[in-house]
Design a protein around this ligand. Structure first.
Ligand SMILES: [Zn+2]
Length: 331
């Protein structure tokens, strides 16, 4: 009990919205979860399944004069473990209902059939991208990460774009895919506040992770194209304040979005230059784009590379040729 005196009371970052910072073991640093004091006490995101995040969550609530038992509902911005890992534990301690986008469900529940499809999808994508066989083991890492930092949990209600948030009708659900296929943001028009998850971050440019389609017979989403569109949607909105999933509050969302879109464009320029001396695979391009990272962070760098190739492909600025199941790109 006495340890709570060492901690700072979570800040009220918007009217009735409190930011609780939780540690994560990931390079992104701490994650911000938000407590909305409204007709239904609502927690937006819960942090990773680690003892340190749990302790910080419990003590953050205590400092606000609440307990987990008071939380009536949990909303997930997306299914990544730094945001959803503690859901099962929070639900067990509070009896709260959980809400998320439908595409978060197979991840949060850790549906075995979906996880197998997930691995097959990446095996095919990596093979076609020219990833060497010895590096395919990285595919299994995703599930291992899920198992370590997330306990499978149930989702009680599904959220869709443009609907009011259950229990808190002043908040509107926005579907903001790209960083994740399940990504939601919450918008309160009365004071133009957006709880933005990892959609808009101040210091980090969010990766538009490639994900398998929910239905294996469908093609994958072009996640970077999607991300850019969802960013543009927010740039077209009046937003006074973004409450982000990581790092500092954002008060200049249009400037930030414009910089992100510009940076994508610069990167397509780099890819085009890299293709000037002949055709290359996505893996070869990722090694040239991210020489220090591509081996250590294959999933991230390949997503980033394939995403930018997608941009160039839909604009007919690159061509591709398939040989032995591997795609080669050229100008
Ligand atoms: Zn995150």
């Amino acid at each position: 009990m006495s340890q709570t005196t060492d901690n700072k009371r979570p800040l009220e970052v918007a009217q009735g919205v409190y930011q609780i910072e939780l540690p994560t073991p990931f390079s992104v640093g701490p994650v911000n979860v938000y407590l909305i004091m409204g007709s239904e006490l609502t927690l937006v995101d819960v942090g990773p399944y680690t003892p340190a995040a749990w302790d910080a969550l419990v003590s953050g609530l205590e400092l606000l004069g609440c307990q987990l038992g008071d939380v009536r509902q949990v909303v997930l911005t997306h299914h990544h473990v730094d945001h959803c890992g503690l859901l099962k534990k929070v639900k067990a301690a509070s009896g709260a209902l959980s809400f998320a986008h439908p595409l978060a469900v197979p991840y949060v529940e850790m549906d075995q059939t979906f996880m197998e499809h997930h691995n097959q999808f990446f095996y095919h994508l990596y093979r076609e991208s020219g990833v060497p066989q010895k590096m395919m083991a990285v595919i299994e890492k995703f599930y291992q990460l899920m198992q370590t930092f997330c306990q499978p949990a149930g989702i009680d209600g599904l959220l869709k774009h443009d609907r009011p948030l259950p229990g808190l009708p002043e908040w509107q659900v926005l579907y903001t895919p790209g960083h994740s296929q399940s990504h939601l943001s919450l918008y309160r028009s009365s004071d133009q506040v957006l709880i933005g998850g990892d959609h808009i971050l101040k210091r980090i440019s969010s990766n538009a992770f490639i994900e398998p389609p929910r239905d294996p017979s469908q093609a994958r989403a072009l996640t970077l194209v999607q991300y850019r569109t969802a960013l543009q949607m927010c740039a077209d909105m009046d937003i006074e304040l973004v409450l982000p999933g990581h790092g500092e509050l954002v008060t200049n969302h249009r400037e930030l979005i414009s910089a992100r879109l510009q940076r994508n464009w610069e990167r397509t320029g780099v890819l085009r230059r890299l293709l000037q001396d002949g055709q290359k695979t996505a893996y070869e391009l990722s090694a040239l784009l991210f020489p220090d990272l591509y081996e250590k962070e294959l999933a991230l760098t390949l997503s980033e590379t394939v995403g930018h190739i997608d941009l160039l492909t839909i604009l007919h600025q690159v061509e591709r040729e398939q040989r032995d199941g591997i795609l080669y790109y050229s100008l």
